[in-house]
Design a protein around this ligand. Structure first.
Ligand SMILES: *[C@@H]1O[C@H](CO)[C@@H](O)[C@H](O)[C@H]1NC(C)=O
Ligand SMILES: *[C@@H]1O[C@H](CO)[C@@H](O)[C@H](O)[C@H]1NC(C)=O
Ligand SMILES: *[C@@H]1O[C@H](CO)[C@@H](O)[C@H](O)[C@H]1NC(C)=O
Ligand SMILES: *[C@@H]1O[C@H](CO)[C@@H](O)[C@H](O)[C@H]1NC(C)=O
Ligand SMILES: *[C@@H]1O[C@H](CO)[C@@H](O)[C@H](O)[C@H]1NC(C)=O
Ligand SMILES: *[C@@H]1O[C@H](CO)[C@@H](O)[C@H](O)[C@H]1NC(C)=O
Length: 422
């Protein structure tokens, strides 16, 4: 017990410089900015996933209760914000011959994988509207042609990995978030185990091609033109978070017991990334290129890591990453400005450079707080110090220091009590 008192005194005098917990009103602003600034297909798909996790959590695969299949009585009014994204997507859909192979895509895009990030959104809209049509095409037909495009028309590597690019076989870690979660969800909802297995295999093939010996993934390999053989923070987070969505989809499908080895693999591949990354945090943030000490600290990729670490806990997989994720979320929250923008972010259109805002970064903050709130509601498993107080700290610097001292005094008092008792 003799060691408790000095530790408590140390806590009492150490200010928690980066401890911040966004208020609900500031988080609302983050959400509104997310809605205003998301433009590209993957940004809209990521936004729709954030909307699902934050606003309609019981329909997300991260729900603690079975979200698959969608409730048969689901109405469009119950998922209005998802329908909005689905309608926008359908109105941007190129008019193509639905029964022709090739060219029948959800959206025209140089990236093969990015429009697939909207597949789940279209499936939910199909169910909630009784498979309504937009511009003469039903949601169901649109999603089926997108599925066939991904499975049969997109170039593949010789090993069979589905390219992230439409014109050549080139692998981007981003794709693991865009494509396999859609394939798995389609399989789970339609009781098609083959598609779930394909989702798993694609994760495996991407890992085989992108993983470095240190466990982190390269961003882009193969093909010509763009290349990025570096451990991009957001790319590693895309991969880990995408594989976790596949894991969770299998968990709620009819095939969970038959696919336990696949779930074990996915779990190992996700934690492998986390284990390799978490030692590199600086002030709670990951650098844009994780292992490069001259690279800037990026709040955006860090936010998706934080969301993933907390979901690993809420899905009962492991609490090993709770502390790191709380440190990350607390640190990046200090970079949300009063307008609701996440700052100090990588530019999503030029991944080597810092930018002044990031649509996907806005979505990642929404996801991280949705994960935090669920983790909190489920009892704060794995919280450092038993989960008392506010694990993310206080939003105002002045108040934060007072609380820090107060906590220190409480702990010092507990230490004395413990010492006296013994
Ligand atoms: C993404 O959504 C915005 C509206 O929020 C829309 O203006 C834009 O066209 C959409 N992008 C695509 C590729 O559909
Ligand atoms: C659509 O494509 C199918 C298959 O290639 C073809 O048989 C059909 O005639 C096309 N329909 C139209 C309206 O072009
Ligand atoms: C599962 O989906 C694949 C790809 O669309 C399809 O070829 C196959 O027939 C489906 N299997 C079942 C049992 O529906
Ligand atoms: C995690 O455990 C809780 C409590 O036992 C349970 O309600 C929940 O469904 C579990 N989640 C998953 C994904 O199995
Ligand atoms: C917040 O950041 C955004 C994006 O960088 C910027 O446009 C806005 O002016 C900032 N707001 C404040 C209050 O500084
Ligand atoms: C949690 O993280 C903080 C900040 O890095 C560290 O000081 C503390 O020892 C960690 N606690 C546990 C229980 O790992």
């Amino acid at each position: 017990m003799g060691r408790t008192t000095p530790l408590a005194l140390l806590l009492a005098v150490t200010p928690l410089v980066h401890a911040t917990h966004l208020s609900d009103s500031l988080l609302n602003r983050v959400y509104n900015v997310m809605n205003q600034v998301s433009v590209h297909s993957w940004e809209n798909g990521t936004k729709a996933e954030a909307i699902l996790e934050a606003t309609y959590p019981s329909l997300s695969v991260f729900s603690p209760t079975d979200p698959v299949p969608l409730p048969s009585g689901l109405s469009s009014g119950q998922v209005g914000q998802i329908i909005d994204v689905a309608q926008t997507t359908m109105s941007n859909r190129p008019a193509t011959n639905l029964s022709a192979h090739g060219g029948s895509r959800l959206l025209n895009d140089g990236a093969a994988g990015d429009p697939a990030s909207l597949g789940i959104t279209i499936m939910i809209a199909s169910t909630a509207t009784g498979n309504a049509q937009v511009n003469g095409v039903s949601y169901g037909d649109a999603v089926n042609t997108e599925l066939n495009y991904i499975l049969y028309d997109v170039p593949r590597t010789t090993a069979g990995a589905i390219s992230h690019r439409a014109d050549q076989a080139q692998l981007w870690s981003d794709s693991v978030y865009m494509v396999p979660p859609f394939l798995a969800y389609y399989g789970a909802v339609n009781n098609n185990q083959t598609l779930i297995q394909i989702a798993y295999q694609q994760c495996s093939l991407y890992r085989n091609a992108l993983r470095q010996s240190n466990g982190l993934w390269y961003h882009i390999v193969d093909g010509t033109g763009t290349s990025d053989p570096n451990p991009w923070a957001t790319g590693n987070a895309w991969a880990a978070a995408g594989m976790l969505r596949v894991w969770a989809t299998i968990r709620w499908s009819d095939y969970a017991s038959q696919m336990s080895s696949q779930m074990n693999d996915l779990q190992g591949w996700i934690t492998e990334i986390f284990d390799a990354a978490q030692g590199y945090t600086s002030d709670g943030l990951l650098r844009n290129y994780i292992t490069d000490s001259s690279s800037f600290e990026d709040t955006s990729g860090t936010a998706l890591f934080a969301a993933t670490g907390l979901r690993l806990s809420t899905l009962n997989i492991t609490n090993n990453y709770v502390n790191t994720s709380l440190n990350m979320l607390s640190a990046l929250s200090t970079h949300v400005n009063s307008t609701g923008y996440l700052t100090q972010v990588v530019n999503p259109n030029d991944f080597t450079k810092q930018g002044d805002h990031s649509p996907e970064g806005q979505s990642f903050v929404v996801m991280a707080y949705a994960a935090y709130k669920e983790w909190d509601a489920l009892g704060r498993a794995g919280a450092p110090g038993g989960g008392g107080g506010d694990p993310l700290g206080q939003s105002s610097g002045a108040r934060m220091r007072v609380v820090s001292v107060g906590m220190g005094l409480v702990l010092a008092f507990a230490g004395i009590i413990g010492w006296v008792t013994i």
